[in-house]
Design a protein. Structure first.
Length: 97
């Protein structure tokens, strides 16, 4: 099992604050992941082509079909400061008060 020091280091890199119980659980879970990786390393993968997906994925996106846009008033309904031209935003360098 991973040492607590290693778990603390990984948590620090990930900017996570873990309680003692969470760190202990992470040690168990990360150790299991590393065990699986070690098992995969032991497989004979000579002749197996690298893949990015388990199955062939060809154009998984929907067709790009034009559709009507939102009505301008609907789009701006929840804007905090709508303007005649669209969404009002602070000018660069303007101070927020």
């Amino acid at each position: 099992m991973l040492e607590r020091q290693t778990v603390d280091h990984v948590a620090r890199l990930a900017r996570l604050e873990l309680s003692d119980a969470e760190a202990e659980q992470m040690a168990v879970e990360l150790s299991k992941v590393l065990d699986h990786i070690e098992a995969i390393r032991e497989l004979d993968l000579d002749g197996v082509e690298p893949t990015s997906h388990v199955v062939d994925v060809v154009n998984a996106l929907r067709a790009d079909v034009p559709e009507p846009s939102l009505d301008r008033d609907v789009a701006l309904a929840s804007a905090p400061e709508p303007t005649a031209l669209g969404f009002g935003v602070p000018s660069p360098g303007a101070s927020a008060e």
